[in-house]
Each structure stands twice: as structure tokens, then as C-alpha cells.
Design a binder for this molecule. Structure first.
Ligand code: MG
Length: 266
């Protein structure tokens, strides 16, 4: 079981954790398959009474498709468990009354229903795959030069595709930042918004929460910047040597089940 006494945990160098955030791709799943230990890891958290949330920057599929895939793999995940960055971006747009130019994958346009996209005054950049062509990026650049804010789903450099690493949204965000001089507001990981929302939904402080992920920047460093603890797993997009980018305090585990067992101090 996790330590109830924070000082005891800290003095013994053991993580004191009351809640867990997990990445999906590369941690629980890989190319549509369940990774070993994924089901057991979530079960162990449930058995220990620790609340958990899944935080994903995936922006080629709507939340409903992500939930359907996880259910098909035998993972018991509800909509309340899932924080998908595109939906958080859409909520941010609605709350701030922004009218975006949407550079998003056609499969997730439904996540932005109800968002007024007429006469855009903002740019939203997700992993739009082939939609990130010169013409689209040039229109976005023009809006940014007129003062529009740039909202990004994340800064992920790449993701693990079915056969190889593939370009994610981050390089395109960087290109627009470079051209326009505008700094993107990152809504998904490693930005704070997703971590803050996830912790708030569990009624825990960031300091008592750990993030388990396979991306050093988005998952681990993002979590640390938001005040969470972080564990890097050696699955998914992990490449040998990634752990050398981890700051003191972040740890590494072979896979998600090992990470959860360490969290549960077993
Ligand atoms: Mg991942």
C-alpha cells in the first residue's frame, strides 16, 4: 500500500502517491495491441483504491474511438477516466469565445462541434497528418501575423506508428512559432492544463500524483513542471538512453505494471 504519512514516505525515499495519471499509447497500448501488464496495472490501482486518469495527446481519433478501442482490449475505462487533449482544446476555445482556424484531423472535427469557426481569430494545431500541408500552414501563419493566438494540442516530436516513428504535431507548431514569432499555448501535455484538470477531477494535489508515460518531454517533464511526480516506462516510443534526460526525482520502470507496483510500494 502507499504511504499515508507523507514525511515517512519522503524520508525513506519512497514515493507518496494518492493518485495516478497514465499515458495510453506506448504505456497501455502499442499499435492497437494491449501491452503486457496493462490490464493488471489498472486492476492493481483499483484494488488499492487509488484513483487514476488517462491523459493522451492523441489527436487523430475522437474520444469515443479511444474509449471503444480500450474497451475492445478489455480495459475498463469510462469517459470520466479519460482526458484527451483535443477535447480539452475545444473546451478552452468555448470558454474563451475564440473562433479557430482548425488544423485538425478530419476524424476529430466532431470534437469541435459547437465551436464557431467563422472569421477565425485563433489557430488550433493538432496532429492533422496530411492536413498539415503548405496551404493550411500558410493561412495559419497569416492569422498569427495578424495577432491570433496559437493553441497547440501538444509538442510531441513523434509517436510510435504501426511500423515506425511518425511525425507528430510538435514540429509543425515549432515551424509556425519560428515563422511568426508567436509562442504557442500548449493545452495538452506537457502543458499544465491537462495535468491540472486531471488532478482536480480526482480531488488530489499535483504533489500527491504521479504521471506514468513513455515520452520524456510530454509525460515526465510536463508532469514535473505541473508539480506531479514522474515515471518513464521503457515501452512504446522509449529509446535506449532516454532516461539520461530525466532530472533528479523522476524514475524509470520497465513497463506500466512495474511502475504501478513501485507506486504501490510492493
Ligand atoms: Mg505515449
Amino acid at each position: 500500500m502507499f504511504y499515508a504519512d507523507a514525511m515517512t514516505g519522503q524520508e525513506q525515499g519512497v514515493m507518496t502517491i494518492r493518485a495516478v495519471c497514465l499515458d495510453i499509447a506506448g504505456v497501455l497500448t502499442d499499435s492497437g495491441r494491449l501491452l503486457p501488464g496493462a490490464r493488471e496495472a489498472l486492476q492493481a490501482l483499483d484494488d488499492a483504491g487509488l484513483p487514476w486518469r488517462l491523459l493522451t495527446n492523441t489527436s487523430r481519433r475522437p474520444q469515443s474511438a479511444i474509449l471503444a478501442e480500450l474497451a475492445g482490449l478489455g480495459l475498463n475505462v469510462s469517459a470520466a477516466h479519460l482526458f484527451a487533449a483535443p477535447r480539452v482544446v475545444a473546451e478552452t476555445l468555448r470558454r474563451r469565445g475564440l473562433r479557430p482556424l482548425l488544423l485538425v484531423h478530419p476524424d476529430i472535427r466532431s470534437e469541435f462541434s459547437g465551436v464557431d469557426c467563422h472569421d477565425p481569430d485563433a489557430v488550433v494545431l493538432c496532429d492533422a497528418a496530411e492536413g498539415l500541408d503548405y496551404r493550411s500552414l500558410d493561412i495559419a501563419f497569416d492569422l498569427l501575423m495578424q495577432g491570433a493566438p496559437l493553441l497547440a494540442v501538444g509538442m510531441n516530436r513523434y509517436f510510435q506508428g504501426r511500423e515506425r516513428l511518425e511525425l507528430d504535431a510538435g514540429p509543425f507548431v515549432k515551424a509556425l512559432e519560428y515563422a511568426s514569432g508567436v509562442t504557442a499555448e500548449v493545452i495538452g501535455k506537457p502543458g499544465r492544463a491537462m495535468f491540472d484538470l486531471a488532478c482536480a477531477s480526482m480531488g488530489v494535489s499535483a504533489a500527491d500524483t504521479v504521471m506514468i508515460g513513455d515520452d520524456v518531454d510530454a509525460d515526465v517533464l510536463g508532469a514535473l513542471n505541473a508539480g506531479l511526480q514522474g515515471v518513464l516506462v521503457r515501452t512504446g516510443k522509449y529509446r535506449s538512453g532516454d532516461e539520461q534526460q530525466l532530472p533528479p526525482g523522476a524514475t524509470c520502470a520497465a513497463d506500466v505494471l512495474s511502475a504501478v507496483m513501485a507506486v504501490l510500494n510492493r
